[in-house]
Design a binder for this molecule. Sequence first.
Ligand code: MG
Length: 332
Amino acid sequence: MNIKISYSPYQLKPQHLLNSNASAEERSGFLLKVEWPEDGRVGYADLHPWTELGDASIEDQMSDLRLGRMSSQIEQSVWLADRDAHMRKEGRGIFDSMPSVRNNFIVTDFSKVNEELLAQLLKQQFTSLKVKVGRDLAKEARFVNQVAAKGFSLRLDFNAAASLSTVKKFIHDLNPSTLSKLEYIEDPIPFDMEEWALLRQLVPLALDNQFSRVDWSEVTAVPFDVLIVKPAKIDVSKAVQICQQFKLRATVTSYMDHPVGVMHALGIAMDLKKKFPNMMNDPGCLTHTLYQMDSFSAAVTAQGPYFMGAKDVGIGFTSLLEKLTWYKLKTF
Ligand code: MG
């Protein structure tokens, strides 16, 4: 079936540093509008590469697309746009007859978190904090101990930027009561079967951006407990199949991208929770607040860890998306 792709560039301004590999500069991405002229469907998705984490640049992906080659990331965006287009055509929204999901609170810069904010988060019914670590491990261990003592459960993410010895030292610096509140450590070090197996004896582990380093066709058992499912990056049905095969739990997260990407991830999180309630952890889609507010994030309503559904179709934002300037790119 023929498709037509148009794009609309955007910028996001981070409130704080976003992870151990990224700077605080403005982040660029493209919203994609995908049309299926044969049945009149239109759907939208985000394209937000993280070159710091190994994605091809937006320029490279778009110039490949002009030549008729779709990067795997654009393939995911088109798949999500297709999902959105079906819902729009049927007049359904992502929230329709879906279970509500409780999201973790994300901490990209722990130095900005004080007692007052933690008290506020507890009051708002957040139960789980995801903390990006790897900049100052001694201070981060103190912070994590402090947060666990307040009763939060924790997800820590090193973005594979640490070494085995530093992660071991970090875990050693955590209180036993903190360890009991630790849901998992995500991508502690670059993926390695033996080294991850050593760490897994100490704490539960989650695999995220190290996914492509696992030789999936060869392994019969894996040294981690959770798969992070980012619909912006990973084939969702393949991820589900892997979780079933290796008896893993799954956490759906956004890609710290545009609110369009956030709502797509949320839609998948709700969908998978409905289909596989016993496999799914609470998701981590509440990331639009990491950036300064724009018209899209202003249209997203969340109460504590929960998103509130808007009266709209597909992933929402209909009037905002229709007002954007779209540049024609390609017909396939
Ligand atoms: Mg991660």
